[in-house]
Design a protein around this ligand. Structure first.
Ligand SMILES: Cc1cc2nc3c(=O)[nH]c(=O)nc-3n(C[C@H](O)[C@H](O)[C@H](O)COP(=O)(O)OP(=O)(O)OC[C@H]3O[C@@H](n4cnc5c(N)ncnc54)[C@H](O)[C@@H]3O)c2cc1C
Length: 382
């Protein structure tokens, strides 16, 4: 049988099928395998998340039905055991995210490819998939979404699927940053700086966390989590995020603290820092007021609790962490096999589920890959 696509979903499908006794050929359009894992590992390879399974499954929203049986069969605890057996030595970070001890993916990918070779998997790099072929070979397609086409997929499979009469929801950016027109002064000092412990809001939804200032705008968990709401708002109107730069204090408490900590000789920046506002937060306040900060403690407190940040748009899909959209649930059976093309399975981000960052993406790719690899191997033997 053939597995096409050597990201996490395809590698896992190949492993599961080979373990089940199938002779597996693993193809990818690229010359080397596992490149999306290596990219993900640059910022810490978040393999899965440590939390009760019911909560975990809730992260997939309306796409839950596409991944639930796969995750129940190969849950987060099994991913950890699997990774540990590859020498990853996983640990649970303070927010429940699970990482390999080395944080990066290099060692895990090397060990994983070595295991596949030992299992007899044949590698065929630089071999693009260009369409359904009518040969009778069992095939698992693991071509990914359309984010980061430089290392992963480019979504060109969508047109081929649609032409074959298979319903696919359009691929759109998910877990994407927002674009902000920063002043040169802010970027000069704060590009790459996280805004520690802030709360970001839009249209009544608030998410706390640590977004990072980038040349294009803001990236990171709270921005990704607000993505769907930002996308809806942008379709209607100009959009501003509201940033609470001191979410642990009420506005009145912050105003009181500012009033109490003022020293006659202090610059405004020093005064704000004395009241606990980090330098990047002060820069956001300056940005929001065109560098005309209020002079009173009350005015500064009001601004720090709700600094408006105009957003130009969402980052394009080729800069997003993942893609929403994909093959519709009605098109696949409970193992991920295409109903219209028996003998062809679809796994990973090609399927139409979506989830936030936090290890949920990798987990769904690994679990759906394993489910399809196992099913494909069994059907080959039968
Ligand atoms: C910067 C970054 C950091 C991330 N960090 C994390 C993280 O820490 N934790 C997490 O859970 N998720 C993370 N993700 C998301 C995660 O990497 C993806 O969800 C995951 O890689 C998707 O897996 P996949 O196997 O479905 O597809 P992909 O990993 O995209 O793999 C698809 C493979 O198919 C190949 N391919 C595509 N089209 C063809 C074709 N026509 N012919 C042949 N081969 C083809 C591609 O070359 C690629 O190798 C991150 C993503 C990015 C961009």
């Amino acid at each position: 049988m053939v597995v096409v696509g050597a990201g996490p979903a395809g590698l896992m499908a190949a492993e599961a099928a080979a373990v089940a006794g199938a002779r597996v050929t693993l193809r990818d359009q690229r010359r080397s395998f596992g490149r999306t894992l290596l990219l993900a590992g640059r910022s810490g390879l978040n393999l899965t998340h440590d939390e009760p399974l019911e909560e975990f499954l809730g992260r997939y929203g309306t796409g839950r039905e596409l991944v639930e049986s796969a995750i129940r069969a190969f849950p987060p605890s099994a991913v950890r055991t699997w990774a540990d057996e590859l020498g990853a030595d996983t640990f649970v970070g303070s927010t429940g995210r699970v990482f390999p001890a080395a944080m990066r993916a290099t060692g895990l990918v090397r060990a994983w490819l070595g295991r596949l070779v030992e299992l007899g998997v044949v590698f065929e790099p630089a071999t693009p998939w260009t369409g359904f072929d009518d040969a009778s070979e069992r095939t698992v397609l693991a071509l990914g979404g359309a984010s980061w086409p430089l290392v992963g997929g480019d979504g060109s499979w969508v047109a081929i699927f649609v032409a074959a009469g298979i319903a696919v929801d359009p691929l759109v950016a998910s877990n994407a940053g927002v674009e902000v027109e920063w002043s040169a002064a802010l970027l000069d000092r704060f590009e790459g700086t996280p805004l520690k412990n802030v709360a970001v809001s839009i249209d009544g939804q608030t998410v706390r966390g640590e977004p990072t200032i980038t040349a294009q705008g803001l990236e990171g968990g709270p921005i990704y989590a607000l993505g769907p709401r930002i996308r809806v708002a942008l379709a209607r109107q100009r959009v501003s995020l509201e940033i609470d730069l001191q979410p642990d204090l009420t506005e009145a408490d912050l105003a009181q603290r500012l009033a109490a900590r003022r020293r006659a000789k202090d610059s405004q920046s020093t005064w704000l820092r004395r009241a606990g506002l980090q330098p990047a937060a002060v820069a956001i306040m300056r940005e929001a007021t065109d560098n005309r900060l209020p002079t009173s403690a009350d005015g500064l407190a009001a601004l720090a609790k709700a600094a408006p940040l105009p957003v130009r748009g969402l980052a394009p899909i080729d800069r997003a962490i993942s893609s929403a959209g994909g093959v519709a649930a009605a098109e696949v059976d409970e193992t991920g096999m295409l109903r219209r093309r028996p003998g062809t399975w679809v796994v990973g981000e090609m399927l139409g589920w979506d989830a936030p960052t936090g290890g949920y993406l990798m987990q769904a790719c690994l679990s759906t890959g394993r489910r399809a690899g196992t099913a494909a191997a069994a059907s080959q033997v039968a």
